[in-house]
Design a protein around this ligand. Structure first.
Ligand SMILES: *Cc1c(COP(=O)(O)O)cnc(C)c1O
Length: 368
């Protein structure tokens, strides 16, 4: 039987082993393990890839989420508007600043934050809106920018799932006040450990990124401000520099795989395929379908050797971690419905046509 794992990091590694191993060896030989030349080089290359003026390597996407809001001055008592259907790390950005996440429902087609739901949530304490480019598809940034401008709020992007994605032909990550990226191993650009980055076009925000990630200091043992240790490791930067050279090709392979899924699944009853919005270049971190028979389909696929995932099974307002915020079942009907129906199919550049056909044949068999 054909097996289709949800992710296949081993096959990607074997395709770049000849480049990655010497890059790591080089860091070991130089014995400069934190920040340094390797990280600076990566920052320059990554900023270029996203048309951002400034980029800093950090220790994870979660740390990047925090750093972005921290550098914009978000603090205790402030409120930050966040889509309710995202990975919880988006909300940690706000809570780590001592601010309160304020959730907003999503749009049924794009699964991204619904701009029409935002203004009702703005109060005198609101400081920022976080746009998450969920599954690799950019959120609709123009209406978000307009709302932010009208109310004097910051707009920031969580690009953890959206490396090289485009909104109206412009790269995400440079289209708002500041943005964060994750290089968690399973992301479209993945390190071999924890890593992330922050980006901005604003030189003052950039200066804060640089200080805050390194103990509030740009000269060893002289500390100008509060800070933290959010530095990137050189080994991760070396791995990421190699992988960045392949990212364009891998992204096109993801898009080709998405089109193959689309073709096989087109016209099937009870399956909703992902919609690529007309303003978006989707980079398919995840290929997420929707069906009212999610549980049964997931079980059926498992018997066929197809691994699937749920992103995410519980919207943030119903997470135990946020029970103190006082939300209830029914507060976000779209996200609640979606959370019960979504199913993430295997998606990575190395997926073969034969594997995709097997996944889709198995889905058709289930429907029959
Ligand atoms: C993965 C992810 C993060 C967190 O990134 P880490 O590098 O794992 O800390 C944040 N936001 C979203 C939307 C993510 O998918």
């Amino acid at each position: 039987m054909i097996r289709v794992p949800f992710l296949d990091l081993k096959s990607q590694y074997s395709s770049i082993k000849g480049e990655v191993n010497p890059a790591i060896q080089n860091v070991l030989d130089n014995a400069a393990f934190i920040l340094g030349e390797e990280v600076t080089q990566f920052e320059t290359e990554f900023a270029l890839a996203h048309d951002a003026r400034y980029c800093y390597g950090v220790s994870s996407g979660t740390d990047g989420n925090h750093l972005v809001l921290w550098a914009l001055g978000v603090g205790p008592g402030d409120e930050v508007i966040i889509p309710v259907n995202t990975f919880i790390a988006t909300a940690w950005g706000a809570t780590l600043c001592g601010a309160t996440p304020v959730f907003v429902d999503c749009d049924i087609d794009s699964y991204n934050i619904d701009p029409s739901e935002i203004e009702a949530k703005i109060t005198a304490r609101t400081k920022a809106i976080v746009a998450v480019h969920l599954y690799g598809q950019p959120a609709d940034l123009d209406p978000l920018l307009e709302i932010a401008r009208k109310h004097g709020l910051y707009l920031v992007e969580d690009c953890a799932q959206a490396h090289l994605a485009e909104y109206k032909r412009k790269k995400v990550g440079s289209l708002s006040d500041a943005s964060s990226f994750s290089f968690y191993p399973g992301k479209n650009l993945g390190a071999y450990g924890e890593a992330g980055a922050v980006a901005t076009n604003d030189s003052e925000v950039a200066a804060k990124f640089k200080m805050f990630r390194d103990h509030g200091s740009d000269r060893k043992y002289y500390h100008e401000t509060y800070g933290h240790n959010y530095r990137m490791e050189a080994i991760q930067a070396a791995v990421l520099r190699v992988k960045l050279r392949h990212l364009q090709g891998w992204t096109e392979a993801r898009r080709r795989n998405a089109r193959r899924y689309d073709e096989y699944l087109r016209g099937l009853p009870v399956i909703v395929r992902p919609a690529e919005m007309n303003y978006a270049k989707h980079v398919y971190h995840l290929y997420v379908i929707r069906t009212p028979h999610r549980e049964e389909l997931q079980k059926h696929l498992e018997t066929k050797g197809v691994a699937t995932g749920l992103h995410y099974p519980v919207p943030l307002h119903l997470q135990k971690a946020f029970q103190d915020l006082g939300y209830r079942q029914g507060d976000f009907p779209v996200a609640e419905k979606v959370s019960k129906e979504i199913l993430s199919l295997p998606m990575y550049p190395e997926l073969t046509e034969q594997q995709i056909k097997h996944v889709c044949d198995s889905i058709m068999e289930f429907i029959d």
